[in-house]
Ligand binder design. Sequence first.
Ligand code: PEP
Length: 252
Amino acid sequence: MARTPIIIGNWKMHMLVGEALELARSVRNVLGGISGVEAGVAPPLTALHAVAKQEHDSKLIVAAQNCHFEAQGAFTGEVSVKMIADTGASHVIVGHSERRQIFGESDELVGKKVTAVLAGGLTPVLCIGETLAQREAKQTFDVVARQLQRGLAGVSANNAKRVIVAYEPVWAIGTGKVATTAQAQEVHAFLRGQLGEHYDAGVADAVRIQYGGSVKPDNVKGLMAQPDIDGALVGGASLNAESFVAILKYRQ
Ligand code: PEP
């Protein structure tokens, strides 16, 4: 099965509403000239509604960066999947390493969020990846297998096909140290194998696995040429229209 690549810019805690609208507009304006790749942006929560509304009729995907797993209730400061859907956003990044490391999100919590996003009819982008210490201790495959399994706990095969997995080695995020194409492909192929074992070949074939970690215009082509890399989750280089658009145009 041919998987359509998907590249999403994660703006993290950057961009006021006006800046977010302008950046989204700049990205959207070039999409007509780019075929065969889905493009998305994940603005901060304060700009989510404005960007989703602006991009309502465009091809640009709008994603939230996080959510709570409960539908509603006394969870001060949290936002439910239904509230995110209400803004017009269609995707939700779940389990980003910054959420796991700085805010203490466990594999189990991340799994509950994935389930909630799917139940709410949105698309989860499940982030997984090992730290430098784990890679050096040769635990990479154990770590990502556990994160994948727990992140998809209780998810049916049909729903698993809707999930986007983002493999993001923590040591490559925001550090300028990109994984080599061989390192990334090795883990992506392993993850696809895991999906085949836990589900079936149909799921393994359907699930898109993005790479994330210092993706830039000058390294995206080599990464995207790998058979099991189906897109990218881009942090720093997505904050600037020129570099993000150059990444989206990796084929040209
Ligand atoms: C990210 O935060 O998901 C990320 C990959 O960041 P960067 O591209 O800046 O490494």
